[in-house]
Ligand binder design. Structure first.
Ligand SMILES: Cc1cc2nc3c(=O)[nH]c(=O)nc-3n(C[C@H](O)[C@H](O)[C@H](O)COP(=O)(O)OP(=O)(O)OC[C@H]3O[C@@H](n4cnc5c(N)ncnc54)[C@H](O)[C@@H]3O)c2cc1C
Length: 502
């Protein structure tokens, strides 16, 4: 904590602390010195700063937009606030006694107001208060590396790290190189999660998680939605039945799904006017808004990576402790979206916990066993047990490897499928419950490699599978993990019975 006190003293004195000895780079320029500098105040950066601070190191967070990052204002929180009323209404419509009450349209202004509240009205006062209470300093402005362990922030301030700089700058949406697209002012995920009114006609390009979730939300809010997909189905990273069930349900909700199509050109005559989306099939669609949800790029292009021998613009290559490879001295870390291991808030926060522990251990001279799978300093879950929920209607939830991924990785596997609607808990949950479950078993070790559930409410079922996959719980022991009756979790019994041939 002594370093932290030094930074407080600096602030009280109203001026920067001169960089002291022990930094090893011999730079004499005045700089505020901290044990750890965190670049980017999204969920990853906030958690990383918190972890190192809890371990007794001083930390400063540099953020050039809103503390809380993409997740809080333009991703997880606003999108889930838009989607929760959609799934709640849909489930209520399938419960006797509520059907009529839930028959009407959603109150779009109320849903948008609820979304605004969950995005904290795009203000970060609450998160800044939390930083303050946690004892983490905040510097507002864009940060750039200007040499080893040295960060310059817009406005002229320079920071120096005794132990580590952690890059947690996240990712941004990318626009494909389509003629007229950029000029037409398309929506990105930011617009789709923060729009103030419901567009009449919305065309969405991309059948991944963002495309599917936003099609679900805006269709239920009243937009006429067309979903354009280059491949042959939705949610291509999941088991194929996930995309199929979600596609069927989107079609029932009135979404027009077109697969195997590409956008060739986009034109908007003037701002505020409809746009025309020309397809490679020769036809064209007229829309009020066009959402591009085709992928993301790392925010590393203007970070000064070249000043420490790295190439700017790419995803950061890191080891299992989240330390950036190829940097002499090993003081640079990259956690969260920016390293492309798993573009999810909970994985970023997990990486923050692992990196924070590794930074603190190295600062104390404690040996690191980074190859120690499931050890305190190895982000093993990124490789073996990443959970993800798609908050569509029905939800799709998966952890670990799909059958195709397990086969590609060379495992000898058995795939066990079951109808999720066949368990008592599911039929009580909603009339005509439709869903499916799959587990992928490693035959050599008799443990789960992955599991996928599709159906209403399955997001809350996922953590049981995550525990089984990350814990490498033997199938025989899972037989003793008794699911409560009558819950949807009884699907575990059916899957295990099928596996055992009972
Ligand atoms: C529509 C949508 C919905 C999503 N829903 C979910 C969900 O339900 N669950 C889930 O787990 N994930 C979800 N995600 C993914 C999730 O948003 C990201 O994985 C998460 O935000 C990554 O966190 P991060 O801290 O790595 O980066 P970010 O949240 O992007 O934060 C990075 C921060 O760094 C700042 N920054 C960048 N460069 C600099 C610089 N040079 N100097 C200072 N500051 C800088 C940025 O301003 C930003 O605040 C969703 C994504 C999208 C697009």
């Amino acid at each position: 904590m002594s370093a932290n006190r030094a930074s407080e003293a600096t602030a009280a004195a109203g001026g920067p602390q001169a960089a002291g000895g022990g930094t090893g780079d011999g730079d004499r320029a005045a700089a505020d010195t901290y044990d750890v500098i965190v670049l980017g105040g999204g969920p990853t950066g906030e958690n990383l700063a918190d972890r190192v601070h809890a371990a007794g190191l001083s930390a400063v967070l540099v953020e050039h937009e809103l503390v809380g990052g993409e997740c809080s204002y333009w991703a997880c929180m606003p999108s889930k606030a838009l989607l929760r009323p959609v799934t709640a209404r849909s489930e209520a419509r399938r419960v006797p006694g509520l059907k009529d009450a839930a028959a009407g349209p959603l109150d779009a202004p109320a849903v948008l107001a609820h979304r605004d509240a969950f995005a904290s009205y795009w203000k970060d006062d609450g998160q800044v208060r939390w930083l303050d209470s946690a004892g983490i300093d905040l510097v507002r402005g864009r940060g750039r590396l200007v040499g080893p362990r040295r960060v310059a922030v817009d406005g002229g301030r320079t920071l120096l790290a005794r132990h580590a700089v952690a890059v947690c700058t996240g990712s941004r949406p990318v626009l494909p190189d389509v003629p007229g697209l950029a000029e037409a002012g398309p929506w990105t995920s930011r617009d789709a999660t923060s729009a103030k009114s419901v567009p009449g006609r919305l065309v969405i390009v991309g059948g991944g998680v963002v495309g599917v979730e936003m099609a679900t939300a805006w269709r239920a809010l009243g937009a006429a939605v067309t979903l354009l997909v280059r491949g042959d189905g939705l949610l291509p990273r999941m088991e194929p039945f996930a995309g199929q069930l979600v596609a069927e349900s989107l079609a029932e909700a009135g979404v027009t799904l077109r697969t195997g199509v590409e956008v060739r050109e986009v034109r908007r005559e003037a701002p505020g006017r409809p746009l025309t989306v020309h397809l490679d099939t020769g036809d064209a669609l007229i829309a009020d808004e066009l959402l591009i949800a085709t992928g993301r790029a790392p925010r590393t292009e203007d970070l000064g990576l070249e000043t420490v021998g790295l190439t700017p613009g790419g995803w950061l290559d890191v080891d299992e402790t989240l330390r950036v490879t190829g940097v002499p001295g090993g003081w640079l870390y990259g956690a969260g979206d920016v390293n492309h291991r798993a573009l999810l808030t909970h994985q970023g926060k997990y990486q923050a916990r692992i990196a924070g522990a590794a930074i603190a251990a190295r600062a104390r001279g404690v040996p690191i066993l980074e190859t120690d799978r499931w050890g305190a300093h190895s982000a093993s879950a990124d490789r073996h047990a990443v959970p993800q929920v798609v908050f569509s209607d029905p939800e799709a939830a998966a952890v670990g490897l799909s059958a195709a991924e397990a086969e590609r990785a060379g495992y000898r596997i058995r795939v066990v499928d079951h109808d999720l609607g066949a368990v008592a808990g599911a039929s009580l949950y909603a009339d005509g419950y439709r869903g499916r479950a799959r587990m992928v078993v490693d035959l050599d070790r008799e443990v789960l490699l992955g599991a996928t559930f599709v159906g209403p409410g399955v997001g809350e079922l996922l953590h049981s599978a995550t525990v089984a996959v990350a814990g490498e719980v033997p199938i025989e022991r899972l037989w003793h993990a008794v699911p409560a009756y009558p819950t949807i979790s009884e699907i575990w019994l059916r899957l295990l019975e099928t596996y055992r041939g009972d």
